[in-house]
Design a binder for this molecule. Structure first.
Ligand SMILES: [Ca+2]
Ligand SMILES: [Ca+2]
Ligand SMILES: [Ca+2]
Length: 116
């Protein structure tokens, strides 16, 4: 996951006075991502850089391993949004990119695999 500043215009510097001093953007911090299994939200996190591992860790801690039979399908969806009152000019020109990684592992006798 990468939050980038992509420059600091005048409006952004008014809200974020130290904008020029690092390249970390604020966009991800005002976006909430939810991951659902079978249409039911299971884990939620912001997309702030500091929360990069939260979704995977919370999934490990709260969702039972999904054991699938041959030809079975399961639906995992992700949705994200931000509240219109949760940000100001500090996110001008900021960008966010992230990868989603899913592991399909053959069930074995032994410890359950973890997300990291
Ligand atoms: Ca910016
Ligand atoms: Ca910043
Ligand atoms: Ca910014």
């Amino acid at each position: 996951m990468t939050n980038l500043e992509n420059g600091c215009n005048d409006q952004e510097q008014g809200t974020e006075p130290n904008c020029d001093q690092n390249t970390d953007g604020e966009l991800g911090g005002v976006i909430t991502l939810k991951v659902a299994l079978g249409g039911v939200d299971k884990v939620t996190s912001t997309l702030a850089t500091a929360d990069m591992l939260t979704i995977g860790d919370d999934w490990n801690d709260t969702v039972a391993p999904v054991i699938m039979q041959p030809n079975e399908t399961r639906e995992i969806t992700m949705h994200w949004a931000t509240d219109e009152d949760s940000y100001g000019n500090e996110i001008q020109s900021d960008s966010l990119t992230f990868d989603s990684v899913f592991q399909l592992i053959q069930i074995i006798n032994g410890p359950s695999p973890a997300n990291r």
